[in-house]
Design a protein around this ligand. Structure first.
Ligand SMILES: Nc1ncnc2c1ncn2[C@@H]1O[C@H](COP(=O)(O)OP(=O)(O)OP(=O)(O)O)[C@@H](O)[C@H]1O
Length: 247
């Protein structure tokens, strides 16, 4: 079996008396979409924050490409290839879509562009940014201000921004949030097309999207992984039906 791109080993996180992450281990393999699902308050955001580096686990390890990153800052993890999009929109509204993506390209390239020429006209920034936009079906909206994009286009743009950093692994925190069935179906299709480019750890409440996209699903309840497996295994698991999926 291929080595995991991202591995969580026995992560623990407490907030006072509350154990928000209780011995969580999981892996993300090359070419895979692995979904993390669970009811509100299960600890999904707390887990993502530990992976991204904004929250330190009390115990356990996080490995990216076999290298331990548990003690690294958010920026250092991003430089090593951990990409993420956010649950709450972090886009710069007045700027055209492409400028938002170019910030990601610039970050990935380090500081070499700073004294070059106005970033806006630098083909070394524009071309990879356009490629990331095209990947997410947004080439025709490149020069449209973010404020004029639809909600679905913004969600796709957030993924494009992360893709522009050429991540080795991508964390997506509820990318379908706020999308109607049509927008959700469109974004699902786009994410499906990314599968072989970059493995994705997907936190998502939209179960149609999860079952369509994920090879493996981990179910988090009260900080613990209570079930793990492919879509059929998870659908049939009585504990999961009880705790999350209902009948
Ligand atoms: N900074 C914090 N201090 C104290 N408790 C926290 C903190 N952050 C999260 N919690 C608690 O940890 C538990 C897990 O919360 P978390 O936000 O990770 O869940 P979630 O699965 O992401 O929920 P949702 O689906 O609603 O986003 C909750 O009981 C929450 O109240």
């Amino acid at each position: 079996m291929a080595e995991a791109v991202l591995a969580l080993e026995g992560l623990h996180k407490r907030f006072g008396a509350l154990t928000a992450t209780d011995d969580v281990s999981l892996t993300l393999r090359p070419g895979e979409i692995h979904a993390l699902i669970g009811p509100n308050g299960a600890g999904k955001s707390t887990l993502i924050a530990q992976i991204a580096g904004s929250l330190r686990p009390d115990a356990g390890r996080i490995l990216l490409g076999g290298e331990e990153i548990t003690g690294l800052s958010v920026a250092a993890r991003a430089r090593r290839g951990l990409g993420r999009s956010f649950q709450v929109s972090s886009l710069a509204e007045p700027l055209p879509a492409i400028r938002n993506v170019m910030i990601g390209v610039q970050a990935q390239a380090g500081h070499s562009f700073r004294f070059w020429k106005p970033a806006e006209r630098d083909p070394r920034l524009i071309e990879p940014a356009l490629a990331a936009l095209a990947r997410m079906g947004l080439a025709h909206r490149a020069w449209t201000p973010v404020a004029e994009l639809s909600h679905g286009e913004r969600r796709a743009l957030e993924v494009a921004c992360a893709l522009a950093m050429k991540p080795r692994a991508l964390l997506l925190d509820e990318p379908m949030a706020g999308l109607g069935p049509e927008g959700s179906a469109r974004l699902t299709e786009l994410l499906e097309s990314l599968r072989l480019e970059v493995p994705i750890l997907l936190i998502e409440h939209d179960m149609q999207a999860v079952f369509r996209l994920a090879e493996r699903i981990s179910v988090l309840v009260a900080g613990r992984v209570i079930a793990h497996g492919d879509g059929d295994t998870i659908r049939r698991d009585p504990q999961v039906r009880d705790a999350y999926l209902g009948e």
